[in-house]
Design a protein around this ligand. Sequence first.
Ligand SMILES: C[S@@+](CC[C@H](N)C(=O)[O-])C[C@H]1O[C@@H](n2cnc3c(N)ncnc32)[C@H](O)[C@@H]1O
Length: 236
Amino acid sequence: MASIALFERQWATYRTMVSHDLMEHRALASATAAALEQWLAQRPAGQPAPAMVDLGCGDLALLAPMLQTLPLGSYTGLDLTPAVLPLAEAALGSVPYPTRWVEGDLLAWVDSDGPPVELIHSAFALHHLTDAQKGQFLRAARRRLAPGGLLLWGDVFREPGEALNAYRQRYSDRIRQGWQGLTLEQQSQVIDHLSSFDIPAERGSIEALAQQEGWSWRWAWQGTHQAEALALLTPI
Ligand SMILES: C[S@@+](CC[C@H](N)C(=O)[O-])C[C@H]1O[C@@H](n2cnc3c(N)ncnc32)[C@H](O)[C@@H]1O
């Protein structure tokens, strides 16, 4: 982030998007909670409580209630933007497992050495990676995930065969037509950002790439706009 003022302006816009549920965060959070509960229920008895790492955790405005009830062994919130970490820490509050708050790059984290973790979660952060970086992420995350672990990837995705420009055009149209909760200036700010920085994975190629990197891919939830979705990846 270039400055605190810029961060605050951009984060205020993002908060409005979340509170008006413009990117279907609520349904995504419910689907994430259901997927985690199912994964926990299927774990063999007697395993230690799982460690979870959240890549691009943001301020945890939506996930905090779920995280407060999960029987985790630890939770690490990692984000490139240091200003969100105290917000996330405050949103989570007191929990019965250790927490860590890390300013860092998610690609650098998966590429680093460290003990394997059972749960890796990332929501609305991986679509900023180039396709080559997404491949690098999938390869490195596979190495960082403990056997029997789960990678939860909530994000925007392109439809099968959809070109990046076509995606950006239809998402911009969706904002202009339906995001009246934002001011016109905020709508332009989001459209400028997505037109420059968003590179959502195309569904067919990312599934194939994930398989190549040793993952089994399952769509757990699809939003109503052919964009937001939750993918669950488990080691093959
Ligand atoms: C759109 S917000 C999503 C926040 C939260 N996960 C949610 O679902 O509301 C994207 C977050 O990812 C972070 N981010 C983007 N690129 C990142 C990277 N390469 N490494 C770590 N964090 C990143 C941003 O700073 C921001 O907090």
